[in-house]
Design a protein around this ligand. Sequence first.
Ligand SMILES: Cc1ncc(COP(=O)(O)O)c(C=O)c1O
Length: 428
Amino acid sequence: MTATVQSAAATAGHPGASGVDHGPLDTAALRAQFPILSQSVHGKPLVYLDNAATTQKPLAVLDAVDGYYRRDNANVHRGVHTLSERATAAFEGARSEVARFVGARDSSEIVFTRGATEALNLVAMSFGAMVLREGDEVLLTEMEHHSNIVPWQMACARSGAKLRVAPIDDRGELDLDAFEKLLGPRTRIVAVTHVSNALGTVNPVARIVALAHAAGAKVVIDGAQALPHAAVDVAALDCDFYAFSGHKVYAPMGVGALYAKRELLDAMPPWQGGGDMILSVTFEKTLYNVAPYKFEAGTPDVGGAVGLGAALRWLSEIGIERVAAYERELLDYAEKALLDVPGLGLVGTAADKAGVHSFMLDGIHPHDVGTILDHHGVAIRTGHHCAQPVMQHFGIAATARASFAVYNNRDDIDRLVAGLLAVQEVFA
Ligand SMILES: Cc1ncc(COP(=O)(O)O)c(C=O)c1O
């Protein structure tokens, strides 16, 4: 299927953030760039709707990683030979690509990590240790992924700080009034997801940053589910930290990044020791390297970073605004189609959603839904989605979740719906 959706910017004749103006989005051509999608599962053409868990990788990424290992592989930063210089250039080039994509002022504000989880742990361990004292408060929301809960619980246990949680309502939207009331003189850190992986809710992060800063708190944004779906500009948002995973944005697994304001990185202590994060070591004293290197102990995943740079370049060439507009239309189509399935209830009906529809089928356990759909070639995720407090809010143990990427189309959604009707027949 060829989509002809254009962003408002493109329709108005303006180039997107990438500076490139392309015309209509050709999703059939886009899909052809993903070799994994052309296979059959249980004899049916694969429909992959588990993109919030991980996205598939385009040829541009596969080729970049393959080319790196075929031509340039060497350890970075310490070598004088040609391959090491090439590997270092590729690694630092990827850092610049990340900085450009998220709107950082400088590539030194980008720390490579294993993913969003490690980025959030870095902030909790390093920044948390620096600022949190007994009686201080860390404010989260009820819709956080475990990766943005557990590191803060650990930081609170170490420091004697308290965790506060801003509630969500029954549509899955943050209660902003309650959030504002929970902000106080002891709030040091606000940690909030940009987009909920369990509900699809898009949080008003610019407003959250403004409120938190007015209260004197620093803001950590978990961008794992936002970066694949919308333009992010950390400088305009004025957030203090922004964490994301490469594998959810068409890049390999095992690599991600943390954006942090340079002055914060300069002030923060390292959180892991080892090679590359030092300037000099004696048994008496170690002098640490400058940011971002002081947060990157040990040999990094250079191939992964190269793949991440390639993925973000690939997305920029498509135009992230066009991706956002196309996915918005797809999400609306999916919502209407799902609501036509008798006995289906959406979990998470926020006015602003991205990438995800979570749902329940009356009388059928989500795991059964997912297992039977798999036999129809349709891959979705079922479970608590590492967001058990969200499940507790809705009084359920699990949902079925269909999540979308730029290579999905209306046919995929029609196949999902046909699969759901088949599930109901099995249980009829
Ligand atoms: C909102 C959110 N935050 C954090 C994470 C953790 O990402 P990773 O496992 O790639 O570190 C996920 C993964 O599903 C997520 O959806």
